[in-house]
Design a protein around this ligand. Sequence first.
Ligand code: NAD
Length: 331
Amino acid sequence: MTSIKNKIDQLRKNILKYEYFYHKLDQPIVSDAEYDYLLHKLYNLELKNKQFITADSPTQKIGSNLSNKFQKITHFSPMLSLDNTFNVQGYLDFETRIKKFLNVNLEISLCCELKIDGIAISIIYEEGIFIRAATRGDGYKGENITVNAKMIKSIPLKLTGCDIPKRLEIRGEVFMLKSDFLELNEISQIEKNKSFSNPRNAAAGSLRHIDPKITAERKLMFFCHGCDFFSEIEKFTTHYERLMQCSVWGLPVNKEMKNCSNYTEVFDFYKKIEKKRHVFNFDIDGIVVKVNSLELQNKLGFNSKSPRWAIALKFSSLERITRLNSVKFQV
Ligand code: NAD
């Protein structure tokens, strides 16, 4: 028992250190695959030894502590993480779980999207006007990055069209194009003898830069992948319809998405996207599968860290360490 406790403590210590470098300094010191592998290992150890689970364990927390550079904003509803899997069984378990929870045996309509490797933000519009933006932060409170987010050209400051709710929350991903990242690193290497490790970290550093002029220069981009209408009466019944409406109002929504009705269609979409992932001028690290019906999403709700109605199917990364080869996604 002591040796299991020691193993858990050591894993937590390493994971917290990696999170500090990743979230706080935007300078990861291990690959995402290495981090994911250690977190899964800790999760499985805790699952078998529940007496050692503590509220501050990395398996129970979202994101990281907030930076003092920005004011804090409390989210209207928590900005959670996503449950994830690298293998077919993990996905099938997700489907079984939701059907059991909902007590249904029929196929459930699913909306599949790209998993953009960026920084999650929330934007509040009131009467169609951009009011404020925040990072995900620790899931409950985020950093007020309103001024910086206004520098991102693809985020409209005013929505266009009709039926815009009084208050609208948009959630999505801020990211940097691979071509802009290469250009930025080239200049940064010459001028400062420094470079960013990947487009995600460059985007995070640029979005949370103390000088919004720098944010503007870095040419960040945005894709919307979720929203809340704050309305009792809503004409839409699915997540897909909501995103289509967001697009009509002028918000950028990625077109690579598909409504699927069974796991064969989900895996076909996964395989198609994995094949062409290098064609995209932005990084993706998998696909996200969401229960399409808003009513079913409401019934499924959330657990402490993620919604029960969604899962990320992650790609076996090119930088993946050899240990993970045994759990490679095979369909
Ligand atoms: P995550 O990045 O695996 O997934 C959750 C996020 O996906 C959401 O917050 C959301 O913003 C984003 N997302 C992208 N596309 C989406 C879409 N279409 N629909 C919904 N959400 C979408 O989990 P996380 O909790 O944000 O971060 C953990 C991840 O960060 C790890 O899996 C790891 O890869 C990385 N990380 C790496 C290190 C390191 O040292 N390398 C350290 C900490 C975290």
